[in-house]
Design a protein around this ligand. Structure first.
Ligand code: PEP
Length: 258
């Protein structure tokens, strides 16, 4: 089985009926693709998505959850509720939540600890803004986000963490970093993980890239060294497009010697 993860973030798009229709088209397109696929659908479609993807190679993620176990938090959804529904993963620390809902590194950390405790894979988003990049602050920002976000996470829990490097300026803008910038930043992320854990452990952590991936640039991005997959927003909303992107991340067949 491939260890490449290709993940979708539908954001606040698609009614439940639309998610069902999407899956009717999508599942046959990807049933033979050797990649780990995770779809981040709205809360309202989690049940439908979990039911329809049973016995398939597709896992389902929520796009957010509350950091508390349970209680008087009107309108919120807990990690246990997600797990009980059959949800596999949760997106935590997405830049839209950090900027629109003031989610801090401390809150992201609480959500990660809660998600891990409930047995959810945490898709942990990190990345710098354009201002931070222009001011050579990328590494400093990533050090802060990763050390704070993974505080008190044990090495043996990292198998349930996917670090999604998503430069904020590349999300939904049609602009992507240069190839070398992605590869270099993934190295920076692994170095941070090495200083928190050790090199062997750091190599094993799944690190992906997200930000304006489409069915054209995925061909290059899919080949990047050290990159374990991708998180896709806009281009994941059309099943045919998303299936093409997933194909770019599957392992290449090795040619037999004559
Ligand atoms: C995202 O929001 O996580 C994302 C990667 O979006 P897009 O692909 O649209 O840039």
């Amino acid at each position: 089985m491939s260890n490449k993860y290709v993940m979708a973030n539908f954001k606040m798009n698609k009614t439940d009926a639309e998610v069902e229709e999407y899956l009717n088209t999508f599942l046959p397109l990807v049933e033979n693709i050797n990649a780990k696929i995770i779809l981040g659908v709205p809360f309202t479609s989690l049940k439908t998505a979990v039911t329809k993807t049973q016995n398939s190679n597709v896992m389902i993620a929520a796009q957010n959850m509350n950091e508390n176990e349970k209680g008087a938090y009107t309108g919120e959804v807990s990690a246990d509720m997600l797990k009980n529904l059959g949800v596999d993963a949760v997106i935590v620390g997405h830049s839209e939540r950090r900027s629109n809902y003031n989610e801090t590194d401390e809150l992201v950390n609480k959500k990660i600890l809660r998600g891990l405790k409930s047995g959810l894979i945490c898709i942990f988003c990190v990345g710098e803004t354009m201002y931070e990049r222009k001011n050579q602050m990328t590494e400093q920002v990533l050090v802060r986000q990763i050390t704070e976000g993974l505080k008190s996470v044990y090495a043996n829990e990292l198998k349930n963490i996917i670090v999604a490097y998503e430069p904020v300026w590349a999300i939904g803008t049609g602009v992507t970093p240069m190839d070398v910038e992605i590869v270099e930043t993934v190295k920076v992320i692994r170095n941070i993980l090495t200083s928190m854990y050790d090199e062997e452990i750091s190599k094993e952590v799944v690190v992906t890239y997200g930000g304006s991936i489409n069915e054209i640039n995925c061909k290059e991005i899919g080949k990047f060294e050290g990159l374990d997959g991708a998180l896709i927003g806009g281009a994941s909303l059309m099943p045919e497009k998303f299936a093409k992107i997933i194909n770019a991340f599957k392992p290449k067949a090795t040619r037999k010697k004559a």
